[in-house]
Design a protein around this ligand. Structure first.
Ligand SMILES: [Zn+2]
Ligand SMILES: [Zn+2]
Length: 141
């Protein structure tokens, strides 16, 4: 389900750094990147884009709705492509891995709670903090 973003539609000019950063988000198996991750991935691909430019492009993409910015506790900001589909996140406090989940009963429950409080729900952000399966088994050995 690749949803290709059109830079021109967002009003941003097609510059080399913008195209390369967007390409990275659209064609990588990794979904959540810090600015450092983006910088290092581009370096590995022989693309020399300065860290200041990476930060600037990520901010522009966030403002244009192309990327979603997450701020997990004690972590740098992580960015992911806005695929127009909602999901929530689990964050491992040991290794920093991020995994995604979606639970329709949980979504429904939030709507019910909001309704009960006459609250017009527009959005929510849910982060679960804990220890991922890999880190749990590593600590047993
Ligand atoms: Zn972990
Ligand atoms: Zn995500």
């Amino acid at each position: 389900m690749t949803h290709h973003h059109d830079l021109r539609e967002s009003g941003l000019r097609l510059t080399g750094p913008r195209m390369k950063i967007l390409h990275l988000f659209e064609h990588s198996t990794q979904r959540h990147f810090s600015a450092d991750d983006v910088y290092k991935n581009l370096l590995d691909a022989q693309e020399e884009i300065g860290i200041a430019t990476v930060y600037r492009v990520l901010t522009q993409f966030e403002q244009a709705g192309i990327l979603i910015r997450h701020h997990f506790e004690g972590e740098r900001a992580l960015y992911e492509l806005n695929r127009g589909e909602h999901h929530d996140h689990m964050f491992c406090t040991v290794c920093g891995s991020v995994s995604e989940f979606f639970d329709s009963s949980l979504e429904l429950l939030q709507e019910k709670i909001a309704k009960k409080h006459s609250f017009k729900l527009e959005d929510h952000v849910l982060y679960l903090y804990g220890v991922c399966a890999a880190c749990q088994s590593a600590s047993l050995n």
